[in-house]
Design a protein around this ligand. Structure first.
Ligand code: B12
Ligand code: SF4
Length: 520
């Protein structure tokens, strides 16, 4: 587990911390994630840079300990990066800081607080809230505060600087980050599309960083040992000439362990791009491909422009002609969505055999234009982050819960890549309905959709394959044993066992999905 690895130096504070006037702070979803946005802020602090310190925590740390560590630096200003995954914990931390040290100015920024008046409660506790990009507005506000001036306006509009005026943040990845954590990179910002569930729908357009400057930074990262690059560009395949140049750059520097992750739109794969993609070795590329839904009416309703036929042909092409790992996304709960059309999208996507299908439940992102459908489609969301949808006009709560469990079991049995022999049996000719039957039966028997020991997963699958999906004992056990042998677990599952409760106590084997898929 990543969390057990050594923590970065910035988190380990000695008893004798050096004072820093300005702290840039966030709580990442997990230790492996790095706060890329804060590294941009740090890089653009100009003359305040040597008074600024970046400190990262994870959402698993206690707010009281975070407060203690922060205050040990005697800061005058603390800037927090607030996202959907940390808003609850940031709120607790800020509330505590305001009790202990109310004189410390708290500035919030990040997508979760950028859409006034649709902002969370933590904004009431803070002194200032900067919306949008913070590279210019944050140092400007810090200058004023350190000079003893307190601007009256609490909500400040962070104006976007032209991208070529930004200092790039890559040197703020430490060696520790490079060894143990994800390295995010960004060749362009923004998205020209308008899918209403997504915050990027608010962007006017996508803008590119200077390609030369960007590639110089990539060269430096490669020289420092980075082999896994996670591009966060909303749409990597927008400007094909640029995509091709970036891909050629990495192709020329290819090594066994180089691994590139891109988010792409599925219906835009011109020949020029295909030609380069074909030249990448197997397992060196991962594409995150948002499908969300194949339902044309819903696509139109949420302003998502997607050519379904082209998308399918391109996914098929990628499967047939590249060794890329395809991580596709579907969303359940969009306005007008119901079990039938979700099933239909799932079945269409399964037929294309991407290695992963991430089944997301719609979330209400603050500021996202989809909110305009709330009344017509009775969209009711969890009031607490992550604001997941609970019921809609067309989906009752029981069905929503069923699909939530379906999604988790799908992660366990579909996306894990562990069940490549058994999965075709489970899915049969009617994948969605069969997996739903399995999911319902699994929940009934295990009462859990979270942690089920690996051996027990095999035993439960055996029961369901034979009792619910009506396979013979021989067919079921042959397929399951073929998968079990690849797990590396000792012993064998007890297919005759009926009682709950066997806990192998062993950790699952290497859960690198890539590897599992590549053997399957
Ligand atoms: C990396 C990432 C993640 C990582 C987490 C990273 C981490 N550090 O822990 C993972 C993969 C875990 C993740 C998960 C999710 N994510 Co995400 N993720 C991103 C992604 C791709 C990159 C973030 C980034 O670095 N951006 C680049 C920097 C430059 O931009 P930035 O972070 O916005 O920072 C700028 C400004 O916001 C501002 N700013 C930021 N911090 C601060 C602080 C101060 C003080 C100031 C003044 C300004 C400021 O200045 C920065 C520089 O311009 C973005 C999409 C994107 N391209 O931005 C989505 C995004 C942040 N995620 C989003 C969502 C919805 C999710 C999920 C809910 C998705 C899902 N369906 O499950 C989950 C939540 C997980 C959970 N546990 O609840 C939304 C944001 C929603 C929100 N309100 O926070 C985004 C914007 C995607 C989108 N377009 O809708 N995500
Ligand atoms: S879902 Fe993707 S294509 Fe649509 S607006 Fe968001 S980033 Fe752009």
């Amino acid at each position: 587990m990543q969390r057990n690895k050594a923590k970065p130096d910035c988190v380990k504070l000695s008893a004798m911390s050096i004072s820093s006037n300005i702290l840039l702070v966030t709580l990442n979803a997990r230790y492996m994630h790095t706060a890329f946005g804060l590294r941009y802020l740090q890089a653009n602090m100009a003359e305040l840079e040597n008074q600024t310190k970046l400190i990262e925590f994870t959402i698993h740390e206690l707010p009281i300990n975070i407060a203690e560590q922060l205050l040990s630096h005697n800061p005058k200003v603390i800037g927090f990066s607030v996202y959907i995954w940390n808003v609850a914990e940031v709120t607790k931390t800020v509330a505590m800081l305001k009790q202990i040290a109310p004189e410390v100015k708290i500035i919030l920024g990040g997508p979760e607080v950028s859409h006034y008046p649709d902002v969370p409660m933590v904004c009431e506790l803070a002194d200032y809230v900067i919306s949008g990009p913070g590279e210019h507005a944050f140092p400007a506000l810090c200058q004023q505060l350190l000079a003893g001036n307190s601007p009256e306006e609490k909500f400040i509009d962070g104006k976007a600087l032209p991208l070529d005026e930004l200092k790039l943040p890559y040197r703020y990845y430490t060696d520790e980050d490079i060894r143990n954590r994800l390295i995010y990179v960004e060749a362009s910002r923004g998205c020209p599309f308008k899918c209403e569930f997504c915050l990027s729908a608010l962007d006017k357009t996508a803008k590119a960083f200077s390609l030369e400057a960007f590639l110089n930074e990539m060269e430096a990262l490669l020289n420092r040992g980075v082999r896994n690059f996670k591009f966060i560009d909303r749409t990597f395949n927008l400007k094909i000439a640029t995509s091709v140049q970036i891909l050629e750059f990495f192709l020329a520097r290819m090594s066994d362990d180089l691994y590139l992750h891109f988010e792409v739109v599925p219906d835009h794969l011109p020949d020029k791009l295909k030609e380069v993609l074909k030249r990448f070795p197997a397992h060196s590329l991962q594409f995150e491909i948002g499908i969300q839904t194949f339902d044309r009416e819903i696509q139109t309703r949420i302003s998502r422009k997607q050519n379904n036929e082209k998308s399918k042909a391109n996914i098929q092409w990628l499967r047939d002609n590249t060794g890329a790992h395809l991580h596709t996304d579907l969303i359940f709960g969009l306005p007008g969505d119901n079990l039938e059309n979700f099933a239909d999208s799932f079945d269409q996507l399964i037929a294309l055999q991407p290695q992963e299908i991430q089944l997301g439940i719609l979330k209400r992102l603050r500021g996202a234009p989809i909110n305009r459908h709330n009344d017509d489609y009775a969209l009711r969301y969890n009031p607490e982050a992550p604001y997941n949808i609970l019921t809609t006009r067309d989906i009752d709560f029981t069905t929503m819960q069923r699909i939530n469990r379906f999604a988790r079991y799908w992660d366990m049995f579909g996306n894990s890549g562990r069940f490549s022999h058994s999965l075709p049996l489970i899915l049969g000719d009617n994948p969605f309905q069969s997996f739903l039957a399995l999911s319902d039966a699994l929940y009934e028997r295990s009462n859990s959709s979270w942690k089920i020991a690996l051996k027990r997963q095999f035993e439960l699958l055996y029961q369901i394959l034979t009792e619910v999906l009506n396979y013979s004992e021989q067919t079921a056990s042959e397929a399951l044993m073929a998968d079990f042998e690849r797990t590396g677990l000792k012993g064998r599952p007890d297919f005759n066992q009926r009682e709950e409760g066997e806990k192998s106590g062993k950790k699952g084997i290497a859960n690198k999905r890539q590897r599992m898929h590549s053997h399957g």
